[in-house]
Design a protein around this ligand. Structure first.
Ligand SMILES: Cc1cc2nc3c(=O)[nH]c(=O)nc-3n(C[C@H](O)[C@H](O)[C@H](O)COP(=O)(O)O)c2cc1C
Length: 221
């Protein structure tokens, strides 16, 4: 089993979010899964330029690291999205990646995969960011197994650290168990079904212009 962790802090794994992600990954490793960390600090993911090439061909034309990340997302069993809270949302690095995933979203190409969320903040608002990360996961077609988030208590420290780290390690194990059990998250089905109708409808409306996505949906439905 392969779990891919994407961390979007400009501090890479050396910041607060990296510290919390370490605990989630400890849970993943305890379950026997293989892990890989992709840090957007060192990878180059430029903003989407709305050229629509991905919708037409299935590939992005921008020459940077996005296609490598995309292939790794398509190949993994589960993934972890980790970001600090930047103004009630994710970092610009993470948002750039999300926008570049537009083609994957149109195809809901990660259907059947599972994901966990990690967030840290200076002073709170954690649930808002975790639920955004979760919704993004659902738009890709994947299941969100849950998230862990916390304000900090100092550099790479958190209030009630023992409980937080136990929760984080448990989340890593839950992620792997969900994959093993092919767990069904019925609470997310409504959103996903509605989103599926929306995406398949959009691609149908644009069928003359977006041949790759038209083909994708004709095989999927
Ligand atoms: C540009 C910027 C914006 C931030 N916005 C918020 C915010 O809106 N709310 C909050 O609680 N903390 C905010 N913070 C604090 C970070 O979320 C917090 O320090 C986080 O733990 C940093 O994680 P890192 O060390 O992994 O980068 C912000 C920090 C920066 C640099």
């Amino acid at each position: 089993m392969k779990i891919l962790a994407i961390i979007a802090s400009p501090r890479g794994m050396h910041g607060n979010t990296g510290r919390l992600l370490d605990e989630v990954l400890a849970g993943v490793e305890k379950s026997g899964a293989e892990t890989e960390i992709l840090s957007l600090k060192t990878l180059n993911v430029l903003p989407c330029v709305a050229c629509d090439v991905c919708h037409k061909t299935g590939f992005c034309n921008i020459n940077d690291d996005y296609e490598v990340i995309k292939e790794k997302l398509l190949a993994c069993d589960g993934f972890i999205l980790a970001s600090p809270n930047y103004i009630f949302s994710v970092t610009a690095q993470m948002k750039a990646l999300f926008d570049r995933c537009n083609g994957l979203i149109h195809c809901m190409a990660l259907e059947g995969k599972y994901a966990a969320m990690v967030e840290t903040s200076g002073g709170g608002g954690d649930d808002e960011v975790l639920s955004y990360l979760s919704r993004f996961t659902n738009t890709l077609g994947a299941n969100s197994v849950g998230g862990v988030g916390s304000p900090i208590a100092g550099v790479r420290t958190f209030p009630d650290e023992e409980n937080l780290y136990a929760k984080a390690r448990n989340l890593g194990q839950e992620l792997c168990q969900s994959i093993k059990d092919k767990r069904v998250y019925t609470g997310q089905d409504g959103f996903r079904e509605e989103f599926k109708l929306r995406m398949s409808g959009l691609v149908d409306m644009m069928k003359e212009y977006w041949p790759f996505e038209r083909e994708y949906w004709s095989k999927k439905l």
